[in-house]
Design a protein around this ligand. Structure first.
Ligand SMILES: NC(=O)C1=CN([C@@H]2O[C@H](COP(=O)(O)OP(=O)(O)OC[C@H]3O[C@@H](n4cnc5c(N)ncnc54)[C@H](OP(=O)(O)O)[C@@H]3O)[C@@H](O)[C@H]2O)C=CC1
Ligand SMILES: Cc1cn([C@H]2C[C@H](O)[C@@H](COP(=O)(O)OP(=O)(O)O[C@H]3O[C@@H](C)C(=O)[C@@H](O)[C@H]3O)O2)c(=O)[nH]c1=O
Ligand SMILES: [Mg+2]
Length: 300
C-alpha cells in the first residue's frame, strides 16, 4: 500500500472549500479541511498547529475574508486573513518543501484595461479586499518558490452566499431587479474552480518542476452583473423557480462602500497552455446551479 497523500485545505466551509471536499480525488489522497475554529488564518499559531497535524504534501488556501464592502471598515481583519495567513502558509510550506496553491481574485485589478487581463498586467486594487488579496499573492510568491496563485472571479455555487443566490432570493420578493450593467467580468463556478485546483495541486505534488507563478481561471465567456442576473432569471423561470425582470443600471446608481473594477475579465490562455485546463462556458454553470437549487427546493 502506498502512503496516503495528505492535502490541507483552508476555508473548508466556504464555497470553494466545500466543492474541493465533494469532487472526487484519486485513491490515496486524504483531504484535511479544518474549520475556521481549528485553523484561523488570522492566527499564526493556529495555522502552525493545523499544519503540524499530518505530513502534508500540499496546501490549498481557499479560505479568505471575502466581504468586499465590509472590508472597507475592517481593514485589520481583512489583512490578517488575506495577507498574514498566506505569509505563514508560505513559510511553513517552503520549510517543508511542499507546494502552496493560493486562490486570489480579479479585484486586484483597477478595471481600466479594455481587454481581458493577462497575468503580467499591472495590478491596482480599488478597495481593501483587493489590496489584502494582492498582499497575500505577493507573500505567497515571495515566500515559496513552489507556489501557484490562481486568480478567479465572480464565484457562483449552490453553497453559501453568492450573487446567483442573492438574485433568486430578491426575485422571490420583488418584480424588478436593478443591477449594474457597466461592470464586466467572468462568472465562475465554485465546482469548476475546485476541479482546476485539483489538477494544479496534483501535478505540483507529482512534479517538482511543475509550472509555478500566477494563473487566471474563470469560466469561458464574459458578461456584466446585469447580464448574469438576466441569465439567472431566464434559467429559473424555465425551471418554474422565482423570476423577475432585470433593469440594467449604472455603478453610479448603485453606491457601495467599496469601488469595484469596471472591467475584470480574465484571460485563461496561460492556464490552458501550462496545465491543459479548458474552462466551459459560464452559462452552463448558471444552468447547472439553478437546476440543482430547484431540485433541492422541490425535495424540501
Ligand atoms: N466569492 C467570490 O466571488 C470570489 C472569491 N475569490 C477567492 O476564492 C477563494 C474562495 O472564496 P469563496 O469560497 O468564494 O469564499 P467564501 O466566503 O464562500 O468562503 C471563505 C471561507 O474562508 C473562511 N474564512 C474567513 N476568514 C477566515 C479566517 N480568518 N481563518 C480561516 N478561515 C476564514 C470563511 O469562514 P466562515 O465559514 O466562518 O465564513 C469561509 O469558510 C478566496 O480566496 C476568495 O478570495 C476570488 C474571486 C471571487
Ligand atoms: C445585490 C445587488 C448587487 N448589485 C451590484 C453590486 C456590485 O457591483 C455587483 C456584485 O455585487 P456582489 O456584492 O454580489 O459582488 P461582490 O461582492 O463585488 O463580488 C466579488 O466578491 C469578491 C469576493 C471577489 O473576489 C470578486 O470576484 C467578486 O465576485 O452587483 C446590483 O447592482 N444590484 C443588486 O441588487
Ligand atoms: Mg459581496
Amino acid at each position: 500500500m502506498a502512503e496516503p497523500i495528505h492535502i490541507l485545505v483552508t476555508g473548508g466551509a466556504g464555497q470553494v472549500g466545500l466543492e474541493l471536499q465533494s469532487i472526487g480525488w484519486p485513491e490515496g489522497v486524504v483531504l484535511h479541511a479544518p474549520t475556521r475554529a481549528e485553523l484561523d488564518l488570522g492566527d499564526a499559531a493556529s495555522i502552525r498547529a493545523a499544519f503540524a497535524a499530518a505530513p502534508f504534501a500540499a496546501v490549498i488556501n481557499a479560505g479568505a475574508y471575502t466581504a468586499v464592502d465590509r472590508a472597507e471598515g475592517e481593514v485589520a481583519m481583512a489583512f490578517a486573513a488575506n495577507a498574514m495567513g498566506p505569509t505563514v502558509l508560505a513559510d511553513l510550506t517552503r520549510a517543508a518543501g511542499v507546494p502552496l496553491v493560493q486562490v486570489s481574485t480579479d479585484y486586484v485589478f483597477d478595471g481600466s484595461k479594455t481587454e481581458p487581463y493577462v497575468e503580467e498586467d499591472p495590478v491596482g486594487p480599488l478597495g481593501v479586499y483587493g489590496a489584502s488579496k494582492l498582499a497575500g499573492e505577493l507573500a505567497v510568491l515571495a515566500g515559496n518558490p513552489r507556489s501557484v496563485v490562481m486568480r478567479t472571479a465572480w464565484v457562483l455555487g449552490v453553497h453559501r452566499a453568492n450573487f446567483l443566490k442573492t438574485m433568486l432570493r430578491l426575485a422571490a420578493e420583488r418584480p424588478v431587479l436593478r443591477v449594474v450593467g457597466d461592470q464586466h467580468g467572468c462568472p465562475t463556478g465554485a465546482r469548476d474552480i475546485a476541479a482546476a485546483l485539483k489538477v494544479i495541486t496534483l501535478r505540483m505534488i507529482a512534479d517538482a518542476d511543475a509550472p509555478t507563478g500566477v494563473y487566471h481561471f474563470v469560466n469561458a465567456g464574459e458578461t456584466t452583473w446585469a447580464g448574469l442576473a438576466t441569465e439567472i432569471m431566464a434559467r429559473s423561470a424555465e425551471a418554474g423557480g422565482p423570476s423577475a425582470s432585470v433593469e440594467a443600471i449604472t455603478t453610479a446608481d448603485y453606491p457601495t462602500p467599496a469601488k469595484r473594477p469596471a472591467n475584470s475579465r480574465l484571460s485563461t490562455a496561460r492556464l490552458t497552455r501550462d496545465y491543459g485546463i479548458a474552462p466551459r462556458p459560464w452559462q452552463d454553470v448558471v444552468a447547472e446551479i439553478v437546476a440543482e437549487l430547484n431540485a433541492e427546493r422541490a425535495a424540501a
